[in-house]
Design a binder for this molecule. Structure first.
Ligand code: ZN
Length: 193
């Protein structure tokens, strides 16, 4: 593979990385909307009844590629020099924060290390992102749809705050966000002790 490296120019690497990230977005939005994103016209919705039981990504059997497949392929061929730098770029961060926010405080929440591969010097670091999203995001979306609630983002936080307690969990894990003082875990408004 090393011999191929010279064939992928820096500009091409950047293009492939952005293309891969767009594939992530397509996969994410497709998952959220339970849309088939393999590029075909998925208009023939045979009834739409039933219990949308996690079929957002099960479309590989016929060889069709969805957004995540395209992201995996593009990242794998990008030969990007510095996967960590790309992972912290605004575009890649946008593709991380949405899904991570959606899954926050659910049984399907995940952190940076889970989303990325184990070797930040390898393209596999980025290839892991769409793979992980495919495995994790459908369950997170289902959970949020069931409870009808997305937790607010994490703002300024303090553990064991002396002033505030949570009426739900009785702890003092504070999250200050958007002018509110809420529980870091339950996201309900805190009460003064
Ligand atoms: Zn609480």
């Amino acid at each position: 593979m090393g011999g191929l490296r010279a064939l992928v120019s820096p500009a091409r690497r950047g293009l492939l990385s952005r293309r891969a990230c767009c594939g992530e977005f397509v996969g994410d939005f497709g998952t959220v909307g339970n849309i088939d994103t393999d590029g075909g016209s998925s208009g023939a919705d045979d009834g739409g009844n039933g219990n949308g039981d996690g079929n957002a990504s099960g479309n590989d059997a016929d060889g069709d590629e969805d957004g995540y497949d395209r992201a995996i392929a593009a990242y794998a061929s990008s030969e990007i020099d510095d996967p960590m730098s790309w992972a912290t770029s605004p575009m890649a961060e946008a593709a991380r924060r949405g899904p991570q926010q959606l899954a926050r405080n659910t049984p399907h929440s995940f952190n940076w290390d889970e989303l990325h591969g184990s070797d930040p010097d390898s393209a596999s670091y980025l290839v892991h992102r769409p793979r992980f999203k495919r495995s994790r995001l459908p369950a997170a979306v289902s959970h949020v749809a069931d409870v009808g609630y997305v937790h607010p983002p994490r703002g300024s936080t303090e553990h064991n705050n002396a002033t505030w307690r949570c009426p739900e969990c009785d702890r003092s894990e504070v999250n200050w966000i958007a002018g509110e003082t809420i529980c870091l875990d339950c996201s309900v408004r805190m009460e003064e002790k």
